[in-house]
Design a binder for this molecule. Structure first.
Ligand code: SF4
Length: 352
């Protein structure tokens, strides 16, 4: 059982981060924000996949104007991601941003002050998003590079700056593309602060590389009770980020949401297209919210026993197969009926 560290809650729209809230899943659009329809389509796809907060880059004035129109129609709260130009943060806040992300490495203190005032007036939170690739020069010089201590110092120095202004609706991140640096930085940051932490491995690569790095980095921290919201960073369609994020949360039982599909690796006893059936079941159950452990097993002799912890499962055989629940066979079926019967039974149990 994981005991989560209790942090000071903040809100992004109606979504609570920190305190006793469940770990929140975030993602980020990769469309051109100026293209309102395309960006909205991606936000809706992410929301349908279970993403609870979406971050949108606001790189210029045109994007800031589009951000407002996108926000009006977004089904989930939106965070405006701002680099360099504080005017864009002010415009995004005016346009209805539910939160702002700034990188202290590329926004001057005077500009941060303006952002704090505007965010304070609207009652929205700011993420201090430190990134190993853009730590302030003086901090890099004193620590000799983007070390754990450098990342934490950058975050905490900015925290003190906002606190001196009386602004405390903060959440923090100290991302690195190096998993060990990321883990150690978040551990140190968690010891140094009560503000909620946004976890992520940055520039993590494609689906496989990112799933590995994120599962290790985010997973280790969550297992230690650290982290209030997560973003898995993947090059490509961000909808994969949501699937991997929920996979990490399910694997650690931090949040039990959606189907937890287990399948056997197959062996010489296999009499069934496990890979093909797995693919079909995953597709057909995508977007399901109810937690359920579902097994796809390759042979009827060992399958039900090997997957005894599954709530429901199928084991294929030569021409016939089994539907089982908690290791007990409940139906003998023709091969062709297996998937359909499994899906119908899952839908009946979940009501989805
Ligand atoms: S369930 Fe059957 S096919 Fe799959 S790994 Fe076990 S013994 Fe092999």
């Amino acid at each position: 059982m994981i005991l989560r560290k209790k942090t000071k809650p903040v809100f992004i729209g109606p979504v609570q981060i920190g305190g006793d809230a469940p770990v929140v899943v975030q993602s980020m659009t990769c469309t051109d924000t100026r293209n309102i329809e395309q960006t909205l389509r991606q936000i809706i796809t992410l929301a349908d996949a279970g993403c609870e907060i979406v971050r949108v880059a606001v790189p210029d004035r045109e994007a800031a104007a589009s951000f407002g129109k996108i926000r009006e129609r977004s089904p989930v709260p939106l965070i405006a991601d701002i680099h360099f130009d504080y005017h864009l943060a002010i415009e995004a806040i005016k346009a209805g941003a539910d939160g702002i992300r700034i990188n202290p490495g590329n926004i001057k203190r005077e500009m941060m002050k303006e952002i704090a005032h505007a965010a304070g007036d609207k009652g929205i939170a700011i993420r201090i998003g430190v990134n190993a690739g853009s730590v302030e020069k003086d901090i890099l010089a004193s620590y000799g590079g983007p070390t754990t201590q450098a990342l934490v110092e950058s975050a905490m120095r900015t925290v003190r700056f906002f606190e001196d202004l009386g602004f405390t609706a903060l959440k923090l991140s100290v991302k690195s593309s190096d998993v060990a640096t990321m883990v150690e930085s978040y551990r140190a940051l968690s010891n140094a602060t009560e503000y909620p932490l946004h976890l992520g491995v940055t520039e993590a690569g494609g689906i496989v590389a990112s799933a590995i790095k994120s599962s290790i980095g985010i997973g280790m921290l969550l297992y230690e009770g650290i982290g209030d919201t997560i973003r898995v960073s993947i090059t490509g369609d961000p909808v994969h980020e949501v699937a991997v994020a929920y996979g990490i949360l399910r694997a650690l039982h931090v949040r039990e949401v959606g189907p937890d599909i287990i399948s056997c690796p197959t062996c010489g006893r296999c009499e069934f297209d496990v890979a093909g059936v797995l693919d079909e079941v995953e597709k057909r159950l995508s977007g399901m919210k109810t937690y359920m452990k579902i097994a796809i097993m390759g042979c009827p002799v060992n399958g039900p026993g090997e997957a005894a912890e599954a709530d429901i499962g199928i084991a294929g055989g030569r021409g016939t197969g089994l539907l089982f629940k908690k290791g007990k066979v409940v139906k003998r079926l023709k091969d062709k009926e297996l998937v359909e019967t499994l899906i119908q039974e899952i839908r009946r149990i979940s009501g989805e």
